[in-house]
Design a protein around this ligand. Structure first.
Ligand SMILES: *Cc1c(COP(=O)(O)O)cnc(C)c1O
Length: 376
């Protein structure tokens, strides 16, 4: 939790559950990534947190944006982003959304199939296109594989097709999976992207851009390698694969930029063993899987959960949400402890919740109000 968020939660009697995001911390992360990877253009992945104060601050800093829908593109434009700084990065787009984006001046589009390329040729003629490769997501705590990307061989055919169709075959992209803790995943993916570049050179087609997607991890409960380590591996691999003829480099961080800037404040609704002596102690919070903590599915993302003002000895607990759904359990298998004098009405803080929480929040499940958000 940043000092600013901590002070804001302490000094205000905030309704819970709520998310507090330190926008200066977002700026600090953006600048750090820019410093360690100066050769790459940052396209912030809007889906991680589309709040206007976040987008506006990033616009001021000169960031570009990776948008997945017309609605996200519109949001960025209204926050002051120039259309030439927006990439329509979803490989699955409605024809109407492509047409609106093109009309608004967006000229950079992702695809991974002939069917999508045909849509682009029709509704975004002459635009720059990049093909998404299927890469291994091993090492990612929130993988994205299988649903997106194609093989090097098929990407090669598609890029040649793109040229025939009057598009500008611009580059290649991949995503190594979110909360990717292994820099080797980038090394393997860049090597594969370089294969495509070199194959196409033989066909007389020069690509110009490698989009490395997002995936950069943040600290939850476990230590992770620093961003400088990822930058080092990326830069070394790019140099090994491309020599001095480095193509344009894009990165699309989401979690890394906003995750650690946010903290959720939540109220404990119930603490009970439900009559089972020696059974597990369940802690029910007023936020759960449906209130925004969707990434606790499979206990994939293990948030740091803290409480102030209790001094009982630490005891193992299970965490669950407030809804009447049996799937609304955050942690049973992962070991969590809370003071044994924790009681209903206490407040807990859930750190690292600036990314992928506000957007996953359901609107009215069981009548619970959606998460309040504060950007400070
Ligand atoms: C979600 C997504 C990102 C952001 O991923 P993070 O792991 O949050 O950095 C980047 N690019 C694409 C195409 C995405 O779908």
């Amino acid at each position: 939790m940043t000092p600013k968020v901590s002070q804001f939660i302490r000094e205000n009697d905030l309704p819970t559950p709520c998310l507090v995001v330190d926008v200066d911390a977002v700026e600090e992360r953006y600048s750090r990534l820019n410093t360690v990877l100066p050769a790459a253009r940052i396209y912030y992945a809007v889906k991680a947190n589309p709040a206007v104060p976040v987008i506006e601050r990033l616009v001021q800093l000169g960031s570009c944006f990776d948008a997945a829908s017309w609605e996200e593109i519109d949001l960025c434009l209204k926050a002051g982003a120039a259309p030439e700084h927006i990439s329509f990065g979803n490989t699955v787009k409605k024809a109407s959304a492509i047409a609106k984006a093109w009309e608004a001046g967006v000229r950079l589009f992702a695809f991974d199939s002939i069917e999508e390329l045909e849509k682009l040729a029709e509704h975004a003629p002459g635009s720059r296109v990049y093909c998404r490769l299927l890469v291994d997501n091993y090492g990612a705590e929130w993988p994205l594989s299988r649903k997106f990307g194609t093989t090097v061989e098929s990407a090669r055919e598609l890029m040649l097709k793109a040229k025939e169709m009057g598009m500008e075959p611009f580059g290649v992209s991949f995503h190594v999976g979110s909360q990717q803790t292994s820099a080797a995943a980038y090394e393997a993916a860049i090597t594969r992207a370089a294969d495509l570049f070199h194959d196409l050179t033989k066909d007389g087609l020069e690509l110009r851009m490698v989009n490395m997607g997002g995936g950069f991890p943040i600290r939850y409960r476990e230590d992770i390698p620093g961003i400088d380590h990822f930058a080092d591996v990326i830069f070394r691999t790019m140099t090994r694969c491309f020599g001095n003829a480095l193509p344009e480099m894009l990165v699309e961080p989401g979690r890394y930029i906003v995750g650690e800037a946010g903290t959720v404040s939540s109220e404990v609704v119930l603490v009970s063993r439900r009559g089972r002596e020696g059974g597990p102690r369940w802690v029910y919070l007023d936020i759960g899987r449906f209130g925004g903590l969707a990434e606790t599915e499979g206990e994939s993302i293990r948030y740091q959960i803290g409480v102030d003002g209790r001094d009982g000895h630490m005891e193992q607990v299970y965490f669950a949400g407030p809804t009447c759904d049996g799937a609304d359990i955050m942690y049973e298998k992962s070991h969590y402890e809370m003071p044994n004098d924790l009681k209903a009405g206490d407040r807990v803080q859930i750190d690292g919740t600036g990314a992928y929480v506000s957007t996953y929040c359901s609107t009215r499940f069981n009548g619970f109000a959606p998460l309040e958000e504060y950007y400070i």
